[in-house]
Design a protein around this ligand. Structure first.
Ligand code: HEM
Length: 201
């Protein structure tokens, strides 16, 4: 093709009025057609479609989905905090100054405290799962139960280590852990109250 192109350039400079160029131009154009025709084959088009689809689903879509489901508010920095069952209780969806003036809803699953405020319909006051608001929801989720005794009674006692749960309940719990990790931001960890230690909150 470069031979054809250079001969066109040579002819163009030697023949500025474009006389007698048609056969060369025609040769050039058929050369381009040939080159282009051999690139745009059904197989290459199919490969391009597969490549674009793969790029979209592996790279672009997960990023969009994550930022949509996590409800990240870029204006508010996330401060990772340490909660005890008692301080966590302040985050039950009702305004609770000074710790929770905005009435945020937090709950803990397996030691991780999630901000579930965007799921206020579920966990906020009057919601179907309001019993978990401001609480360690681990046992209740594992056992699929809203019973009072699923929740840690003594807020200043040890955390529920759930060591008595069976395989089905643990599997169930793992499903919830994955769901919460995917949907809600982790804002801190839950630790037992220790009277000898000054907690961050
Ligand atoms: C009669 C039984 C139940 C029904 C009909 C029911 C119905 C639902 C529905 C429709 C959703 C929304 C799903 C979605 O759009 O993502 C949901 C979510 C949920 N359910 Fe239930 N549920 C039932 C029992 C339970 C039980 C026993 C528990 C645990 C103790 C539970 C905990 C949850 C949680 C934690 C969510 C997730 C909310 C979120 O995405 O933050 N549900 N349920």
């Amino acid at each position: 093709m470069s031979v054809v192109t250079s001969s066109i350039v040579a002819s163009a400079t030697s023949d500025p009025y474009n006389l007698g160029l048609s056969p060369q131009l025609e040769a050039y154009r058929s050369g381009v057609r040939e080159q282009f025709g051999s690139t745009v084959t059904p197989l290459n088009v199919a490969l391009l479609v597969v490549l674009l689809t793969f790029t979209y689903y592996r790279l672009i879509r997960p990023y969009n989905a994550a930022s949509q489901t996590l409800h990240v508010n870029k204006d508010q920095p996330i401060v990772f905090q340490t909660f005890t069952p008692r301080t966590l209780l302040k985050f039950n969806g009702l305004p609770n100054p000074p710790l929770n003036p905005d009435g945020k809803v937090y709950l803990a699953v397996k030691g991780k405290v999630h901000d579930v405020t965007s799921g206020r319909n579920f966990y906020g006051p009057g919601g179907p799962y309001e019993n978990f608001a401001g609480r360690d929801a681990t046992r209740g989720l594992a056992c699929q139960s809203f019973d009072e005794d699923m929740l840690t009674k003594n807020l200043d006692g040890p955390l529920d280590d759930c060591s008595d749960l069976g395989a089905d309940q643990l599997e169930n719990l793992q499903g919830w852990v994955e769901r919460f990790d995917e949907k809600y931001l982790v804002v801190g960890k839950l630790v037992a109250y220790n009277k000898n230690q000054v907690h961050g909150m």
